[in-house]
Design a protein around this ligand. Sequence first.
Ligand SMILES: [Zn+2]
Length: 338
Amino acid sequence: MANATSRIAADIDFDRQGRQSGYLRAPLSRNTSGWGIVEIPITVVKNGSGPTVLFTGGIHGDEYEGSIAVSELARTLDPAAVQGRVILMPAVNIPAVLNDTRLSPVDGRDMNRCFPGNAKGTFSEMLAHYLDAVILPMVDASVDLHTAGHSGDSIPSTNMHHIADPVGMARTLAAAEAFGAPYNVVFAGVDEGATLTSSVERRGILSLGTELGGWGRVNIEGVRVARRGLRRFLHFMEIVEAAPDDDDPKTRHMQVGDRACYAFAPSAGTFEPRNTVGQSVRAGDPAGFLHFVEDVDREPVEVAYQRDGILWMSAGPGRVARGDTVSVVMTDYSGGKV
Ligand SMILES: [Zn+2]
């Protein structure tokens, strides 16, 4: 199915009943093939009438847990058990997924800084535009699955922004509880204007993000949380009747409200963290130490937390550059604007 506004074609019909799996075909002219394409996996499961949910993984190529869980659900979701439509894209930024990098090797772009995209732009911009202009108008709720990638680690969590409309805010908090990660973080991001989430929210669509691990490996707990969270989310949306039952503890609502929650490396060095994600930390305590192993007799530099709370994300252990985030602390959600 061609779309007038995009250069990307889909070989599936979003309105057809039943399960379809196939590819979006995105043009990519390259030295070896002027008329070459890139195939992006997509599965649509539709039955009857009901809301449409979009699950996306692999917007960043080195974040595995969401891709695994969305891919598994795409293979196993029974159309007969669905009332509505589920669009599953486990590896949106497929060039980056196959390259195991956050940024696309095709154009050097972070796709999650390209929204709302541009149909005639770079490959990542074209892909962002397709999601924004073609997919999102069909969608009632979106879960975009991420981790901290190679650059850090995160405790398995959902996340969301503050929503001015109190009904929308309450519904999103309830959706996060339904997903059932150990934590849900209401946050004001450092750089949020060009993310998929920002496009979703601009359209008034129910939106959740996740952070499910990192450090360039598959987080076992992150996969478990994602796997059961997606099915529970479908139950919350009344698309499936049965939800995985378990006795996991309830989701704890947290917030990351200001710059003091973040610690940045004051210079390049080897960062030795003092905590792992999920641990309680205190303002003034060391988040870690920057070591300068290339300089004899140079003392390490301490980087301190500025907030009491729980460590949401951590960088290292490893090399950091000046300005890299080395820790993000979350505090209990106040119930107010973040
Ligand atoms: Zn990501």
